[in-house]
Design a protein around this ligand. Sequence first.
Ligand code: CO8
Length: 270
Amino acid sequence: MSVKEKINEAINDAVSVCRDGNVGWVILNRPKQINAINDDIRTGVPQALRQFELDTDIRVIVIRGEGERGLCAGADIKERRGPENSLQVRKRMECSRWIEAIDTTTKPVIVAIHGYCMGGGMELALACDIRFASPDAVMALPETGLGLIPGGGGTQRLCRVVAPGQALDMLLSGDRLDAPKAKRIGLVTRVSESAESLLSEVADLAQKIAMKPPLATAYVKKAARASLELELKRGLDLELDLFALLAPTNDAREAALAFSERREPNFMGE
Ligand code: CO8
């Protein structure tokens, strides 16, 4: 059964989830608006992530968008709000720092990017651990053209993902990048063979990661993410601490034993 045929469970009108073995899928579900971000997405995605974070059966999370047009065309530009001053906007934005829910998720988060991935949609993708694109992906941060700047982490995360020069080029020009260019500059790390095979290739990658000892996966993510914030010496200390915690685990012992006995390891997650 393909991932698209699994049964989805609604979190709200715009977000649903689906379980496929050890992989939890979070689905943006406003296909008619190319999954433009509304309040249901802002609240539904963190809720879905929390659900999977607490579910010990789930080892990897994937975010994808419903519909053929794209992962997400950014914030809903048609959303009607009354006039607001800067203080009110700041307060509203502070209450809706929903993309940061990904930062607090200890499990790996992969994003499947097809079609349009713009503005807030690209900021969502930037917060994920692995960006896996379809050949038809189109990525851009067009906010300055709307008289704004990215407000969901785009100015901060893009420079941490690609070289600062590439980031400033995208931020200032608002130019759209196709999948080959996005891969060339490291904005995405994988591109699927075809648009049709994106979800099955993403599912395979998620499954491969889900088969590994979960504590090692969680710790490698923690250490790598910490490297973006810590001074080198403190980062190296953290790495050693985490290594020392992993070395005596049953899964680490089982991996070494299985290697010696020339058999597949049987990891128990402890
Ligand atoms: N918000 C709301 N509706 C959208 C959005 C969006 N961001 N993007 C697409 N849609 C809707 C269209 O209105 C259309 O709906 P309908 O059929 O009811 O008219 C439907 O999705 C299909 O879109 P198009 O007909 O435009 O499809 P095209 O293939 O012609 O174009 C594009 C696709 C290029 C993606 C085009 O829709 C587009 O440019 N969308 C806007 C992209 C964008 O600039 N996004 C915002 C980025 S900025 C951001 O995310 C943070 C700042 C937000 C500020 C918001 C101010 C309130």
